[in-house]
Write a protein that binds this ligand. Structure first.
Ligand code: SF4
Length: 111
């Protein structure tokens, strides 16, 4: 008896339930995948923007040598800790601009 009812149960009970359920599950998975990609891209862009704030390549104390990257702060040159480095001094600046790049306490002493 159950063998005879099986096609009927599948056609009238299981399919109307499983088809929308499958559709909703697939839509939810696609939504979660797109959301995950969006969040990953957003975090990646944020990290790239932050890393581009590292001023060391434009600093006159940067040696461009992997053995001693910076003569002032060799431990945190080219890292995120160097973003607000108070010893930053731009390369290729005139003497007047170089004075302006010095921290305030050094400017007062030099002038
Ligand atoms: S002085 Fe500061 S900004 Fe300049 S290279 Fe060293 S860590 Fe980077």
């Amino acid at each position: 008896m159950p063998e005879l009812l099986r096609p009927l149960i599948e056609a009238f009970v299981l399919r109307p339930v499983t088809a929308p359920l499958s559709f909703v599950t697939i839509c939810a998975l696609i939504f979660l995948m797109l959301r995950s990609m969006w969040v990953s891209t957003h975090i990646g862009m944020k990290n790239v923007k932050r890393l581009h704030q590292i001023p060391c390549p434009n600093c006159r104390f940067f040696t461009d040598d992997f053995r001693l990257k910076c003569t002032i702060h060799p431990t945190y040159a080219l890292t995120e800790e160097a973003i607000n480095c108070y010893d930053f001094c731009a390369k290729n600046t005139t003497a007047r601009n170089r004075k302006l790049n010095f921290p305030v306490y050094q400017r007062a002493e030099s002038s």
